[in-house]
Write a protein of this length. Structure first.
Length: 79
């Protein structure tokens, strides 16, 4: 499978029968909202959640990330 094929995949249709939530990040600013929705759906509906990333989001670089890495829930920071 070449990389062009992956970009053309429709995650909503591909994962619809298996996941309780399917979301897609097209802008890094959506991260908190989409991930919160995914986790909430997975916990409350009792199933897997899928968050698909566009190539632009996957390779986005936050200039502050090296100095202020995000805290993981329950790991090294407040939640």
């Amino acid at each position: 499978m070449d990389s062009g094929t992956v970009e053309e995949l429709n995650p909503y249709r591909f994962f619809a029968s298996a996941a309780v939530y399917v979301g897609r990040l097209v802008d890094p600013g959506q991260l908190r909202t989409v991930v919160t929705s995914a986790v909430t759906a997975a916990v409350t509906r009792g199933g897997p959640a899928v968050v698909a990333l566009t190539r632009a989001v996957a390779v986005a670089h936050d200039a502050n990330a090296a100095e202020n890495p995000p805290a993981l829930l329950g790991v090294g920071g407040s939640t």
